[in-house]
Design a protein around this ligand. Structure first.
Ligand code: NAD
Length: 249
């Protein structure tokens, strides 16, 4: 199997219909030991249990450095190694530029961008010691086209920051055989958009998607599998669009 004996952490993976949970399922089906991190311990534990035997669920708020370090310590205690990290935890807010208050900016930048930095910092020393590792950062088409559908400008900025962070980490860590790549999903049907998508909006959006449908969490999960596994052994610093052709550039 592609991920036999590999230990992979997925942040924000307890949301039942989310990209993180779907990714955890795909990684587990390909032989990985999966560690699910999310805000509430009971959600993370239950999500890990859903995957079957041998996986781990831990509470971790990725905006807190201490939480990230403690979580990775727990992973090392249980498995003795960490091979992959998927920086998936994210939040969005549908605000217009003049409505973004300081607390909105902080909340969105903290989870999406600061959280990706803190979690990466928690695993990098161990990946360097192993001389191998793969980190995937979840950005968004919103970073590339200046807004997706539901994210405000602060979300676009945070997700564009994620791309810069990932590329810079890729350059710095290549010599240690630690690869860092990003995924930019288009509109994926998960709970992040809640019930905000009306049938009219959906039809209008689909007109702009060459593959003629919205994305589902498994579409992104399969891209994560590719980037985490050795199938992508000569890729680092790339941005992989998973958007049905919504943005061809
Ligand atoms: P989701 O809301 O279903 O899942 C997000 C998860 O992150 C939740 O489980 C939540 O509890 C967790 N989380 C939030 N704050 C956290 C924190 N501080 N620490 C740890 N966990 C935290 O959303 P989703 O649609 O599955 O999104 C997953 C990722 O994909 C996000 O980064 C999102 O920005 C990105 N994305 C989603 C879409 C889309 O259309 N759904 C498009 C582009 C990018």
């Amino acid at each position: 199997m592609l991920l036999e004996n590999k230990v992979v952490i997925v942040t924000g993976a307890a949301s039942p219909r989310g990209i993180g949970k779907a990714t955890a399922r795909v990684l587990a089906a390909n032989g990985a030991r999966v560690v699910i991190l999310d805000l509430r311990e009971e959600d993370a534990v239950a999500a890990a249990r859903d995957l079957g035997e041998g996986h781990l669920g831990l509470a971790c708020n990725v905006t807190r450095k201490e939480d990230c370090l403690v979580a990775v310590e727990g992973v090392l205690q249980k498995y003795g190694r960490v091979d992959g990290l998927i920086n998936n935890a994210g939040i969005t807010q549908p605000l217009r530029v003049m409505d973004i208050a300081a607390e909105n900016f902080d909340a969105v930048v903290d989870v999406n961008l600061r959280g990706s930095l803190y979690m990466s910092q928690a695993v990098i020393p161990h990946m360097k010691k192993q001389s191998s590792g793969s980190i995937v950062c979840m950005s968004s088409v919103s970073a590339q086209r200046g807004g997706g559908i539901f994210g405000g400008p602060h979300y676009s900025a945070a997700k564009a920051g994620v791309l810069g962070l990932a590329r810079a980490m890729a350059r710095e860590l290549g010599g240690d055989n630690v690869r860092v790549n990003s995924i930019t999903p288009g509109l994926i049907q998960t709970d992040i958009t809640g019930d905000k998508l009306t049938p009219e909006m959906r039809a209008e959006i689909i007109k702009g998607i060459p593959l003629n449908r919205l994305g589902n969490a498994e579409d992104v999960a399969n891209a994560c599998l590719y980037l985490i596994s050795d199938l992508s052994s000569y890729l680092t610093g790339v941005t992989l669009d998973v958007n049905g052709g919504m943005l061809i550039h």
